[in-house]
Design a protein around this ligand. Sequence first.
Ligand code: FAD
Ligand code: DLZ
Ligand code: SF4
Length: 512
Amino acid sequence: MTALRVVLGDQCTAGLSSLEDLDPSADIVLMAEVMKECTYVPHHPKKIVLILSAMRHFARALEARGVSVEYIQLDDPDNTGSFRGEVLRACARHQPSRIVVTEPGEWRVLEDMRTWHEAAGIECDIRDDTRFLSRIQDFRAWARGRGAFRMETFYRAMRLQTGLLMDGKEPEGGRWNYDPENRKPLPRAVAAPPPPRFPPDAITQDVMALVAAHFPTHFGDVDGFALPVTNRDARVALADFVENRLAQFGDWQDAMRAGEGVLFHALISTSMNTGLLDPLEACRAAEAAFRMGLAPLNAVEGFIRQIIGWREFVRGVYWLRMPEYAGLNGLDAVRPLPGLYWTADTRMNCLHHAVSDTKAHAYAHHIQRLMVLGNFALLAGLHPDEVCEWFLVVYADAYEWVELPNVRGMALHADGGVMGSKPYASSGAYINRMSDYCHGCEYDVTRGVGEGACPFNALYWDFMARHGDRFARNPRMAMPLRTLSKMEPDKLAALRAQAAGFLAAMDAGERV
Ligand code: FAD
Ligand code: DLZ
Ligand code: SF4
């Protein structure tokens, strides 16, 4: 009785639920590089390299354990180009009695998977993804009956569930959340140790050549690819972070510096999202560093919160609210995405660096994504569909389950406040405080109007004026709205005219 066990590109995990009861003497694992997954959005070439190389390494690791793996390469002439096509082709070849698969990370793939059983005429067992700490049904049960549910409440439940940083039933140190201590600007004298690089082996080099040949027009390139593509390397990357950057992760978590994209961040999202690194293992390694006195509580709590809090929470929101979540546009934003998101050709130094880093590395850290790229999109009223697609394309860690709530919800506030109780809107002052971008900028961050004034300032007040009524009853928006209401009408009019002029120039394709 052969089972066909289908493993997707972001499921490169030895303990995957679909492999749990695998019988090596009878079962076949199917892994397929398919054109549809490479092009449903035109992914950054480094993202495609990461996934295809991780798949090839994982297939070898399974074979080394005696598992029969049917591995279909992208340029196989018989490759049908889709999961469905490859599953049906494998069923015709092997006549399995059933298909076993772990639920995917994207709604569109789940929809497709649900048709496999009928198309193949055999049972298709779609199993829970146990790599997450909170199952989809657990999150649903937790969310039921809560009008507004917040990450912080969920996070506390996850701390209790995992026992991470707990002192009995109380949080370690007496507080659940040390975020207020994690917003320090980075002094010039502080240097961040560079993260380790994982030079491509022969398998990765083959994949790089394949990807460079097939996707020459995609944003970015394969050059300099150095991400972990195996479980072993992902664990080396984690250990390096814990040893060299974790202790300062908290303090400088929100800081940005021109030319240094990673700073004290962990650079492990690509590994966790591809299945190469266990999120709980990452949290336990950080907790151990705290217990040994090697990293302070604010850093370790902050890191653990990102993983068992935010990462699990966004996935819960995604599966709870799909498919309608993908269409939400709560602030009625309609402006097309400007070309500068692809070219980095802008006078705004912060955006120039955030886009350039993204293009070079398929990575930008959280604050670059939220407070520069996302903030600008929010203030300028860019259409959520276009912004979401951009974020899905450009980051090596992007899958819809994590990208969509972060972009449509957290950054664009298009979900009516599910992901955040207030929009993450800010003027240039925030970027100036948290980075050195403004020093090298053609614009003047201290000015709101006139030639050379920082666009973020006028756009911020224009945003507040446009949406003031919507946020009037939101206590977290009281302060900026009070300032707005006290503003001289002439001053506000000048700021709004400045914003309108800037947006018109941007829409006309001028270099802004
Ligand atoms: P660190 O800053 O070192 O954090 C450690 C880990 O915490 C990350 O690896 C990640 O797994 C987790 N984490 C932190 N914040 C979040 C969050 N908000 N949501 C989910 N996990 C989080 N993360 C993705 O994995 N894929 C995405 O497509 C993605 N898109 C984003 C888009 C926007 C607009 C924003 C604001 C955030 C997005 N994030 C996304 C979250 C976060 O920016 C990245 O997880 C992080 O930058 C990855 O780098 P790191 O491993 O160095 O993270
Ligand atoms: C993102 C991606 C890419 C680029 N290519 C493949 C592939 O060729 N084969 C594969 O199995 N998976 C790939 N993936 C990951 C899938 O898109 C991912 O599994 C789904 O989006 C569900 O999370
Ligand atoms: Fe960005 Fe404004 Fe600072 Fe320039 S001055 S880097 S546009 S925030």
